[in-house]
Every structure is written in structure tokens, then in C-alpha cells.
Ligand binder design. Structure first.
Ligand code: 3HC
Length: 653
């Protein structure tokens, strides 16, 4: 051991057993910023030139190996050395370079590791090339070296999904060579010592298997079919499937593609979404506020929503007590929850031990008193104010005064529920999206009297549920459903003005929505919204424009797919334009004296976006949403707005 050498302010090294152990320390995630690249380059030059150094180990400080290129540098003037240049130096070094993956090796981080001659990982490490999620392709050799290491089909899967692989999978795929059983860096040092003086395995020199053409073609077609107009996945497919060519040629193509995509609108949108997700949990007034401790969660109402919430809570490690009206109904709820856990077991998302452990943490009851140990109770009962108030009054009597109460209402006013309780400051809204164990979005509703630590508790619990929490103030429908209403209203105006449902849906699907609005309606069923419209009818201002076409469909029993007809017809289950619906729309137009006109796709898209953005502006002005990016996250994660367009607020810029 000798003194540390500082190669830059973020890269330092010690020589141990003749091996230069280089540590990258660039909090928070050891991104390969300019200072890291220059430090690494200097370390490599030093290793090559120093006779006493027999090899190099590269590792990261903290819990990440390297989180990738520094995304904050994108869009700024390039600073030498570039990452590909540093990576080339690693691969070409005459002495062995071993990557010691102490944590996540993502994007440029994995590309650094791929160029090393051997890769050792700690059991908690993970590897991945998530660039396509940022609207780019790997830009430092990922599309060329990964196929050389693991074959084109496996590389396609990893790069296009952008997912991370844990160490067991990384080892079986051949991305890493060893999982350290003892100290990671010691293991890496001894690997470097063993490789010293031997023929080095350089990933860039490996040849690619060529007998997988049919599999590759199938995988590429599947991927492109799902790309919804995004450029990055298509370019990644092209680069990976053509990687069987001289390395330098492939790398040059990859770099040029990376640079073009990096400056695209799609990449700017996805980068914006990346930072928006991290920004959303920074909430004004919560700085330094500790959440209340939560170990046991009560869930009232074990229907589909309550069951989904229970599954998310069990997966996060909580003890769950489910409450429903009778022992029989509660038992049905338990069966539903266990059924969902069984599905996770069957799909491999849960192993047998995990399944047993989660089941053991679940109990159900029909007695309020059994909720006494709960630190948080989430209600997911029927969306009716009297029912919810009655439940909360009962809960007031049995749970501790410091336990938190959350309502999962989508349209009711949670302030009215809170006001009826003994401790309104402990009440907040947690608006889950269905299915609650799958959908990432969770609107956290800050009521007029919600205490800061109660709000912080909602956010902290949401994070443990692996949800994306977005804080909203109280308004009818909160952020998401309010914008959705504006979106729906505009679509109905368009219907009256001359567009047909399939034209509007085609414009939306072309924009990147997975499904058009009217197709979604048919899938979800039209009757719930109809019932709400009927409830609201008396309060409606007769001077505001109201489109009654949906009501006419409902009056005819056209409730959507389940009924075999709605906005479309479904002969043999296939969505088909229905001339009867066209006639209904034409009659409605005629009754109002509207002369229909044709709408090009672009105009439909523009009007829908404008309507959403205008409602978003109103939410900001009213203080319901804290920032435009929160609105965009809600629309992307709850309503199918394409992430690569950044959300309605980003898209208007
Ligand atoms: N560049 C710049 N900042 C980054 C970053 C990156 N690559 N990755 C994370 N950060 C920042 C986040 O914005 C956040 O900043 P904040 O505290 O100011 O909000 C901070 O690091 C911590 O991030 P997380 O909250 O996400 O921390 P976690 O511990 O939950 O997760 C992680 C760590 C798994 C590394 C996660 O941050 C992540 O997935 N990062 C992005 C990885 C990625 O996409 N890499 C590819 C980059 S593009 C590339 O490498 C191109 C190459 O091919 C040339």
C-alpha cells in the first residue's frame, strides 16, 4: 500500500499488491463528468507508464459504480476527453483492467465496464443500458460491445427495454465474470494479478454469433411495433443488428447516431421527464420534516382497488390488515389479494419465500377494532361522501390519534371528509390509479389542514410502494382527472365540429398515446361517467357548451366493449367504426345547427394539447399543482400521454 494519487478532484488511486486501484468519487451517482473522464485518462496513462503497476482495478465510491454519462452535461459544449476515447484507452491498455462493480453500472458506466478485461460485481450491483429511456442510444460502445459479449438477441432485449439486470442474471448472460464472495476490491485485485502477463480478453475483439438471424428478426419486429414513433429504439435496433462489422465502423456510426439523437426534441423531453421525477418529491414546506414511522397499514374496502393497494403494501414489507363489511366479504378480499400474489409468484416477480412472507403479513377482518395497531389506514371504499365520513368517524374511535388516515377518493372533496373527523390534520388523500399494484402514479392530496409530517408520511410510504408520488391540492378530480376532463371535453367539441371518434383516436395514437380516448372509454365502460354526469346535471350552467352524444349512447345501452358496442362496434371483439354512431353524431350536430368540417390530424392534436395545457395553467394559477412538470408526470404516468413528448406542459414550449 502507498499514498493515494489524485488524478483529478473525483478520481484517485492507491497501488495495492502491484495493482492500481482507481476509485471514482463523484456524488451522487459517479457520473462520468468531464473531471471523471480526465481523471480516468490520467490514471490509465500512469498505469501504462509505471513499471511497478501490473494492472488496474476501477471501482466507484458509495453505492453506485457509475450511473452513466452526466446527463446535465448534455446540450453543453463537449469537453475532452470524450467517454469513447477514455473507453478505448481502457480496452487497449497493455495491462489488465478489472471493473469492480460495487453498485449500479448503467449507461456509460456499463460501457466502461464492458471495455475492461474482466468484471467482478458485488451481489448488490446491477447493470443496464437505459439510454433509450432518455431518447438516445448508448454512445460509448454499448451497442457494439454488448452484442459481442452476449449475442445480438440478448443485447437487443437489454438495450431496448433499458432495464437493469441483477448480478445473477448478469453472470448467466456473461456480462460479468464473477460475483465477489469476499471483499469486492480484494477479489478484483486478485483477478488483475492473475491476468497480468496473460493474453487479455478484449470485448471489442470478440466475434458475434451469426446463426441467430430468425430470432433477431422476430425480436426487432416486436420492438419496432411497440416504439410508437420513437426514434431511439429504432436506431438502437439498427446499430445492434448491424454490429457484426469492424468495431471502429460500428463505433463511429453509434457515436454519430448518439450525438444526433442527444440533440433531438425527443431526448430533451425524456431528460426533462427524468429530472421531473426526481423533482416531484421536493415539496415546499417539507424541508427537514420527518415522516411518521409506518409499519402496519390498514386498508378499508378490499375490492379491486383495495386489493391492489394491499399488494403494493405487502411488496413494500408492511404488515397489512384489510377491513371489509362482513367476514365473508373480507375473506373474498383476502382471496383476491392472495390471487394477485400468486400471479406474481407464477410470473417470477416473487419467489416462494417472498410469497409466503407476504401472505404471512396479511390478515383480514370485519371488525374496526382490529385496525387499532395501524400506523396508516388507507380507505378504498365506494366513492360516496357519507360512506367515507361514516368510516372515518368509526376509525377515529379505534386507531391511535397519531396514526395517519388516507382517503383514496378520485372525485370527492377530502377536506369535507377531514373536517368531519376528530383530527383533520392527520388526513390526506392518496389517489391510486387502477390497478393499484401496477400503476406507478400516486396523487398525494394535501388537504387544507394536512400536517406537514402527515404529507411527508404519504410521500415516504408512496416511495416504499415504488410509486411516483405527485402532490396535488384539493380540486374536483385533482390534477389528473381535471386535465382529463378538459381533454375529454375538447374531444367531444371536436366530434360536434366535424371529426369522428376514429379520426380523433387515430390522431391521438399517431401522437403516441397507446390508445385513443374513445377506445379507452369503450374499454373502461361508459356507465360510471354517465352516472356522474347525471348527478352533476342540476348544477350545470346552461350557458356552457355541453355535448350530449355520450349520454345518447348510454341511453341506448352502448356502454362500451363489455356491451359489445359503445363509441365503436365490436364484431368478434375487434374495434370497428360503427355507422350508427356516425349517424348519432350527425343528428347531434344538425340539432345544434353545426356545419361540420374536416379536421386534419395535426389540428386535432393541437386542439387536444391546447385544451390540456390551458387546464394545466389554471391548476398552476390556483396553486393546485406546484410546477408544470408535476402535471406532465401525472398525464404521462396516469393517462397514457407519451413520455417522449414530455407531457402537455412541456409540449406547449
Ligand atoms: N447524470 C446526472 N445526474 C444524475 C444521473 C446522471 N446520469 N443519474 C442520476 N443523477 C442525479 C439525479 O438527478 C439525482 O439528482 P438530485 O439529487 O439533484 O435530484 C441524483 O443523481 C440521485 O439520483 P436518484 O434519485 O435517481 O438516485 P437513486 O439512488 O434512486 O438511483 C441510479 C441511482 C440508479 C443511478 C439512477 O439515478 C439512475 O437510473 N440514473 C440514470 C442512469 C442513466 O440513465 N444512465 C445513462 C445516462 S446516458 C449515458 O450514459 C450515455 C452514454 O451511453 C454515453
Amino acid at each position: 500500500m502507498n499514498d493515494a494519487i489524485e488524478f483529478s478532484s473525483t478520481v484517485s488511486a492507491m497501488t495495492r499488491g502491484g495493482i492500481l486501484v482507481v476509485t471514482i468519487d463523484n456524488a451522487p451517482v459517479n457520473a462520468t463528468s468531464a473531471d471523471v473522464r480526465s481523471g480516468l485518462e490520467k490514471a490509465l496513462v500512469h498505469a501504462e507508464a509505471t513499471a511497478d503497476v501490473a494492472g488496474v482495478v476501477i471501482t466507484g465510491a458509495g453505492k453506485t459504480f457509475i450511473g452513466g454519462a452526466d446527463i446535465r452535461e448534455f446540450g453543453k459544449p463537449a469537453i475532452e476527453p470524450t467517454l469513447p476515447a477514455v473507453i478505448e484507452k481502457i480496452e487497449k491498455l497493455s495491462k489488465p483492467v478489472v471493473a469492480a462493480l460495487n453498485g449500479a453500472a448503467l449507461g456509460g458506466g456499463l460501457e466502461v465496464a464492458l471495455a475492461c478485461h474482466y468484471r467482478v460485481a458485488s451481489s448488490t450491483a446491477q447493470v443496464g443500458l437505459p439510454e433509450v429511456k432518455l431518447g438516445i442510444v448508448p454512445g460509448a460502445g454499448g451497442t457494439q460491445r454488448l452484442p459481442r459479449l452476449i449475442g445480438i438477441p440478448a443485447a437487443l432485449d437489454l438495450i431496448i427495454s433499458g432495464r437493469s439486470a441483477k448480478t445473477d442474471e448478469a453472470l448467466s448472460l456473461g456480462i460479468i465474470d464473477e460475483i465477489a464472495k469476499a471483499d469486492l476490491v480484494e477479489t478484483a485485485i486478485s483477478a488483475a494479478q492473475k491476468l497480468s502477463g496473460k493474453q487479455l480478453r478484449r470485448t471489442g475483439e470478440l466475434s458475434i454469433a451469426t446463426n441467430e438471424a430468425a430470432e433477431i428478426e422476430r425480436a426487432a419486429a416486436r420492438i419496432l411495433g411497440r416504439a410508437r414513433g420513437q426514434k431511439a429504439p429504432a436506431e438502437a435496433v439498427r446499430l445492434i443488428t448491424s454490429s457484426n462489422r469492424p468495431l471502429a465502423e460500428g463505433l463511429a456510426d453509434e457515436r454519430a447516431t448518439f450525438l444526433t439523437l442527444r440533440d433531438s426534441r425527443e431526448a430533451a423531453a425524456l431528460r426533462y421527464v427524468f429530472f421531473a421525477e426526481r423533482e416531484s418529491s421536493r415539496v415546499e414546506g417539507l424541508e427537514g420534516i420527518e415522516p411518521r414511522p409506518v409499519k402496519t397499514i390498514g386498508i378499508c374496502g378490499l375490492g379491486l382497488m383495495g386489493s391492489g393497494i394491499a399488494v403494493a403494501a405487502l411488496a413494500a414489507g408492511y404488515t397489512v390488515i384489510g377491513l371489509d363489511q362482513t367476514v365473508e366479504i373480507a375473506e373474498k378480499g383476502r382471496e383476491c389479494i392472495v390471487g394477485l400474489l400468486e400471479r406474481n409468484l407464477a410470473s417470477g416477480r416473487l419467489d416462494q419465500d417472498g410469497f409466503e412472507a407476504q401472505k404471512a403479513r396479511l390478515s383480514v377482518t370485519a371488525s374496526d377494532a382490529d385496525l387499532a395497531p395501524c400506523d396508516l389506514v388507507i380507505e378504498a371504499v365506494f366513492d360516496d361522501l357519507d360512506i367515507k365520513i361514516d368510516l372515518f368517524l368509526r376509525l377515529d374511535k379505534v386507531i391511535r390519534p397519531d396514526a395517519v388516515l388516507a382517503t383514496n377518493t378520485s372525485y370527492l372533496n377530502p377536506d369535507e371528509i377531514a373536517a368531519a373527523t376528530a383530527y383533520p390534520e392527520r388526513v390526506l388523500g392518496m389517489h391510486f390509479f387502477s390497478p393499484a399494484h401496477v400503476m406507478r402514479l400516486l396523487e398525494i392530496v394535501r388537504c387544507a389542514r394536512t400536517a406537514p409530517d402527515v404529507l411527508a408520511t404519504g410521500l415516504a410510504v408512496a416511495k416504499t410502494f415504488k410509486k411516483l408520488p405527485v402532490v396535488t391540492g384539493v380540486t374536483e378530480g385533482f390534477i389528473g382527472n381535471r386535465i382529463f376532463s378538459a381533454y375529454r371535453r375538447e374531444a367531444e367539441f371536436l366530434l360536434e365540429d366535424g371529426a369522428l371518434p376514429h379520426e380523433i383516436d387515430a390522431a391521438l395514437e399517431d401522437y403516441g398515446f397507446p390508445m385513443g380516448l374513445f377506445a379507452v372509454y369503450d374499454m373502461a365502460g361508459l356507465e360510471i361517467a354517465w352516472a356522474r354526469r347525471k348527478r352533476q346535471a342540476a348544477a350545470r350552467d346552461p350557458a356552457t357548451r355541453y355535448v350530449g352524444i355520450a349520454d345518447t349512447l348510454c341511453e341506448m345501452g352502448r356502454f362500451g366493449q363489455k356491451a359489445g358496442r359503445g363509441w365503436y362496434a365490436y364484431p368478434d371483439g375487434k374495434r370497428t367504426i360503427d355507422p350508427d354512431v356516425t349517424a348519432i353524431i350527425e343528428t347531434a350536430r344538425a340539432q345544434k345547427g353545426i356545419t361540420p368540417r374536416a379536421f386534419p390530424k395535426s389540428e386535432i392534436q393541437e386542439r387536444m394539447l391546447k385544451a390540456m395545457a390551458a387546464e394545466g395553467e389554471a391548476l398552476l394559477a390556483e396553486g393546485i399543482a406546484a410546477r408544470p412538470s408535476d402535471i406532465d408526470l401525472v398525464m404521462i404516468n396516469g393517462y397514457g400521454f407519451p413520455a417522449h413528448k414530455g407531457g402537455p406542459m412541456f409540449a406547449r414550449t
